[in-house]
Structures are given as C-alpha cells and as structure tokens.
Design a protein around this ligand. Structure first.
Ligand code: HEC
Length: 155
C-alpha cells in the first residue's frame, strides 16, 4: 500500500490500541478524563431517572438504573490513573491521588449505597425506597464530590 494509506491506517489503529491499554489499567490521561466524564454523565442520567421513578411511585422502574450505578461505581478508580490531573479539562482535584485510599473508599461507598437502593427497591417497599433515595445524592455522590471534585460553576 502507499505510504499515505499506511499512515491513515496507523492513525486509525491508535484508538484501538488505547482502548486495549485501558482494560489493562494503562489509560492515557486524556482518554481517562473523557471516559470518566462520560461515566459520570451516565451516572447523572441514571440518578435523574431514579428520582423521577421514585416520584412517580414506580420503584420497580428504578431497578435498571440502580444496577447501572452498582456497575459504574466499580469502574471509577481505574478511570483516575496517576498523572491524569488536568485543571483545564477536568474537575478532578489533586486530593484524589494524595488520598487515594479515601477516594477508593468513596467509590466503594457508592457501590454499597447503590446495592442498598437496588435491594430496597426490589423488596417493593415504596416508603423505604423513598427514604433511601432522599439521602442518596448526599451520601453516595456528594461524599466523593465534596472532597474530590471542583464544584461546577452553577448549582
Ligand atoms: C468516588 C468519587 C465519585 C463518586 C462516588 C461520584 N462521583 Fe461524580 N465525579 C467525580 C469526579 C472526580 C468528577 C470530575 C471528573 C473530571 O472532570 O475529571 C465527577 C464528575 C461528575 C459529573 C460531571 C461530568 C461532566 O464532566 O460532565 C456528574 C454529572 C457526576 N459526577 C455525577 C455523579 C453522580 C450522579 C454520582 C452518584 C450516583 C456520582 N457522580 C458519584 C467523582 C465521583
């Protein structure tokens, strides 16, 4: 093939290689930042659905989103590789790496809280589910955002 074709082919392969590395915990900083921001957006969407379903009294309806939070919470630590601090592109604070075990514990706490939410919803007990949902934002998300995330400009 021509040199031009070869260069284009090589360029097309780069993302594939990067994704391959990611699964081995060797993600590039920019990739990790994009991936964790996407994961957090997905968590934001799941959390919004959970609140909407709870308001509508549909506790079974929030099960898929609670499970989604269980699953995504386990991905969090590997999307914060050392060296992915970038104040221009990311709201991650340096405290994440200075207090890594606290950060990991905050991710584990989200897993545990999401499992509790899922299991409570599964029991069909509306009042108990509403009670979990009421404190969830603060206890499951806020406990990590407060120490480890630069607050968004609005809200
Ligand atoms: C273990 C820590 C941790 C937990 C738990 C956590 N977050 Fe985050 N979240 C972060 C960090 C750090 C950022 C900033 C990431 C960046 O910009 O690199 C963030 C960013 C976000 C963003 C902004 C994404 C963007 O860039 O547009 C949303 C939305 C979000 N989180 C939602 C949630 C929700 C909802 C929960 C709970 C269900 C949650 N997060 C739990 C650490 C956490």
């Amino acid at each position: 093939m021509s040199r031009r074709t070869w260069v284009l082919t090589a360029a097309a392969l780069v993302p594939v290689v990067a994704v391959g590395c990611a699964s081995m915990g060797q993600m590039k900083p920019e990739e990790a930042i994009a991936a964790r921001q996407q994961l957090m957006k997905d968590q934001g969407a799941a959390w919004k659905n959970i609140q909407d379903k709870t308001k509508a009294g549909d506790v079974a309806g929030l099960l898929p989103d609670a499970q989604k939070l269980v699953d995504t919470s386990k991905q969090i630590p590997k999307l914060f590789p050392e060296g992915s601090l970038n104040p221009e592109k990311s709201a991650a604070k340096p405290e994440i790496w200075a207090k890594w075990s606290d950060f990991e514990a905050a991710a584990k706490n989200l897993t545990a809280q999401s499992e509790k939410l899922r299991d409570t919803a599964q029991s069909g007990d509306k009042a108990a589910t509403q009670a979990v949902v009421q404190t969830f934002g603060r206890q499951a998300c806020g406990t990590c955002h407060t120490p480890f995330r630069v607050p968004p400009k609005q809200s």
